[in-house]
Design a protein around this ligand. Structure first.
Ligand code: AMP
Length: 515
């Protein structure tokens, strides 16, 4: 039987891991790195390069080097976060015919799952090189706060990469699994995960091999890229004031600056100040202009003040949903590269009242958890049970476009809940059930997952006919919705298969193109 690999498909970096006996181990890529940049470039010759070789092209080939595709996966072009993100991207994001955000490279446009598929295919090749055998199955992690559409889009990326995706699991749950197996202690832990593009916080208990997620919360629009952008804005605003040139309008200058501020940000995690030096970064009427500047940790922290403040809300909500006080938490695990920033660590201490654990590698623990999960599914690690939650409320549209929640966020799955609704018009013979996911009170702020019709209702006055809508989610997270007319027992149901925006035919044709 071939091995199932665990892949942490990160916004900035990806990691692949496999079980060695009962121990998850991280596999080195062909360049010797344990993490691989989640970057894909199209060279002038039309070749596709992935990982470190793509990162090297960032400055010279900015419009054809795609980073951060995870922030676009499963998203609509009109989404506020996409619009905001586009202001700082050297490459072009366009609206596909179905409204999704796609990426334009030269004459062709690409769906974000296609970009992710190149990264997954690279991770698969890394594992195959190491194992000396072909690999066809994977467990892939996603932020806990991803909705069903983003999860499905990630699954599609796996399919395009020729992988059977055995499971999509939440990054914090994966981290807790790897950590819990390492320590073997019963405890209540917080996983605080701040990566390149997303922030997740989950609270779990580990007891006798049962890993139960009590609550999860987060912000899919908050990550290291935003900290980079805060620095880019600080420097660009100053530069514009001094030299009357906006570097954000020049893709090469912007890419050089992005690379440089990210390096500065990383240095400021250990040093109190750093130097940014970018000669010939731009030109104005007087000729070439250079950027040279000292940047102190204090300046960076004050530029990032608003972002640091956004870490608190999700933590407070997760604590309240888990019915916990900070004092109930035994351990805080830091995951994701951004948790190395001292100001982020201080926030963690302020919020949870304790020093976070130093014992785990924040870059690798998620992939190790994915490999551990493959072991749970394959039977190598029998002693473990994982109980996860559904992160967002699920419900139906009612009059006035309001969201009527049937399954609240943070409900442990599998689960089943019902609600009864009355007709709103006289002689109404059918109802349309529209299923939505999200925290908004108005459905327009949420994701529509599907719709179906229950017809043949008995004719009666408005409010007299009652329809019970039941939602059930199985252990794999598959949602089924049933509507039953209380008077006749007539029933209609639908299994919600979140659409990623790509049809089966489109997935097939992208696969053929890559073959
Ligand atoms: P991840 O998605 O977990 O790989 O996180 C990557 C993010 O963490 C990127 O935005 C990196 O710039 C950032 N990062 C990595 N190392 C450090 C560090 N030492 N200090 C601050 N940020 C870092």
């Amino acid at each position: 039987m071939s091995k199932v690999i665990g892949i942490d498909l990160g916004t900035s970096n990806s990691v692949v891991s496999v079980l060695d006996g009962k121990e998850p181990m991280v596999i080195h890529n062909q360049e010797g790195g344990r993490t691989t940049p989640s970057m894909v470039s199209w060279t002038a010759e039309g070749d596709v390069v992935v990982g470190a070789s793509s990162k090297r092209q960032m400055v010279t080939n900015p419009k054809r080097t795609i980073f951060g595709a995870k922030r676009l996966i499963g998203r609509q072009f009109k989404d506020d976060e996409v619009q905001e993100m586009m202001k700082h991207l050297p490459y072009d994001v366009v609206q596909h015919t179905n409204g999704d955000a796609w990426i334009q490279v030269g004459d062709s446009s690409h769906a974000p799952p296609e970009i992710s598929s190149f990264i997954l295919a690279k991770m698969r090749a890394v594992a195959e090189d190491y194992l000396g055998e072909s690999v066809s199955e994977a467990v892939i992690t996603v932020p806990a706060y991803f909705d069903d559409v983003q999860r499905q889009a990630t699954k599609d990326a796996g399919m395009i990469a020729g992988l059977e995706v055995r499971a999509i699991i939440n990054e914090p749950t994966a981290a807790a699994l790897a950590y819990g197996l390492q320590t073997g202690k019963d405890q209540r832990i917080v996983v605080f995960d701040l990566g390149g593009g997303t922030f997740d916080v989950s609270i779990l208990t580990i007891e006798d091999g049962v890993f139960e997620v009590l609550a999860t919360n987060g912000d899919t629009g908050l990550g290291g890229d935003d900290f980079d952008r805060a620095l880019i804005d600080l420097i660009c605003d100053e530069f514009k004031e001094a030299h009357d040139v906006d570097m954000r309008e020049d893709s090469v200058a912007l890419q050089r600056l992005k690379e440089s501020v990210e390096r500065a940000k990383v240095e400021l995690s250990t040093a109190m100040s750093t130097h940014i030096n970018l000669p010939f970064i731009a030109a104005n009427a007087a000729g070439p202009v250079h950027l040279e500047r000292e940047l102190s940790r204090g300046e960076f922290e004050s530029a990032a003040k608003g972002l640091l403040a956004r870490l608190e809300g999700p933590c407070a909500e997760a604590l309240s949903d888990a019915r916990c006080e900070p004092a109930d938490i035994d351990q805080v695990l830091l995951v994701g590269g951004m948790t190395r920033m001292p100001a982020v660590q201080s926030r963690v201490v302020e919020i949870f009242g304790k020093e976070p654990s130093k014992g785990v590698n924040p870059d690798e623990i998620v992939a190790m958890g994915a490999a551990a999960h493959s072991g749970v599914m394959g039977g190598e690690l029998q002693e473990v049970v994982l109980l996860d939650v559904t992160p967002h409320p699920l419900g139906v549209k009612t009059s006035g476009n309001r969201m009527s929640v049937v399954i609240p966020g943070n409900t442990t799955i599998p689960t089943r809940e019902s609600k009864t609704y009355a007709t709103t018009e006289d002689s109404q013979t059918f109802v349309t059930i529209e299923v939505y996911q999200g925290p908004g009170e108005n459905v327009k702020d949420n994701r529509r997952l599907g719709r179906f019709v229950l017809s043949g209702l008995p004719e009666d006055k408005a409010g007299k006919v009652r329809v019970t809508v039941s939602f059930s989610i199985d252990a794999d997270g598959i949602l089924q919705v049933t509507a039953v007319d209380q008077a006749t027992g007539n029933e209609a149901k639908v299994t919600i298969e979140a659409a990623s925006g790509l049809s089966a035919g489109e997935i097939e044709s992208i696969r053929d193109r890559h073959a």
